[in-house]
Design a protein around this ligand. Sequence first.
Ligand SMILES: *[C@@H]1O[C@H](CO)[C@@H](O)[C@H](O)[C@H]1NC(C)=O
Ligand SMILES: *[C@@H]1O[C@H](CO)[C@@H](O)[C@H](O)[C@H]1NC(C)=O
Length: 268
Amino acid sequence: MCMVIFAPLFAIFAFATCGGYSGQLRVSVDCINRSDSNLSIGINFAYPFRLNRVDFDVPMCEGRRQERLYLIGDFSSSAEFFVTIAVFSFLYSLLATVVYIFFQNKYRENNRGPLIDFIVTVVFSFVWLVSSSAWAKGLSDVKTATDPDEVVLLMSACKVQTNKCNPVYGPRWSGLNTSVVFGYLNFVLWAGNIWFVFKETGWHKGGAARYPAPSSEKQATAFNQQVYNQGSFDQSGAAFTGTGDFAQSEYSQVGNYASSGPVSYTNQ
Ligand SMILES: *[C@@H]1O[C@H](CO)[C@@H](O)[C@H](O)[C@H]1NC(C)=O
Ligand SMILES: *[C@@H]1O[C@H](CO)[C@@H](O)[C@H](O)[C@H]1NC(C)=O
């Protein structure tokens, strides 16, 4: 139940805080010749953090001349990976919620639902860990690359002692810090859910009896045979009496159909 409420919510927080981010830093270049100065140079950047495409013009403190500079680094891969995982995680958890609530019987029908759910949950928790770690590293690099103290080092005017270059303010990081926290929270949530989904697969001792696994061919075949003998299921029964691996999974399906369908007929 935890999963149903928090998984879509945490995924939204993760991709909204990262994907919706835009930040600004500001520096000042105070030339020895005051008329050349620019005391308010604003630099804007945003998701997906291709900083090497963020340009800005700064005075060179040589008359009216300006130079065009770029920030350093491209952190789009880790940022986009993170957001992509968050979006898929959101979509899957919505789908899972719909299935749990409206298709509970179908989900349990032949154990395929819990099995797929288990695999997807393991994959998502692993991928959340990887993408959160990658994005945490990416974010720390973005912070360095957009640190006003670092940015002024790129400017040729600032290499001359007589000109004064100062950071005015740096970007606000609370949104992106939140995105990393939510990335790890998503990991914890999905990893914690592995156990609950595992129980649904019926692989641990208690659940095995409740939801027979597809591998229990004998049981399903016996059941099918019994139903077949009763003559209430002859057509589909005959269709699946062929042997071989392909028929194996079909047997268990027929067995399950039989357990819900024809048995109730005979009871009437
Ligand atoms: C200072 O730089 C900003 C860009 O950050 C620009 O819009 C503004 O016109 C510049 N001011 C002067 C006086 O050159
Ligand atoms: C300062 O700049 C103005 C115009 O850019 C120029 O006329 C003047 O000669 C410069 N002064 C010095 C000391 O470089």
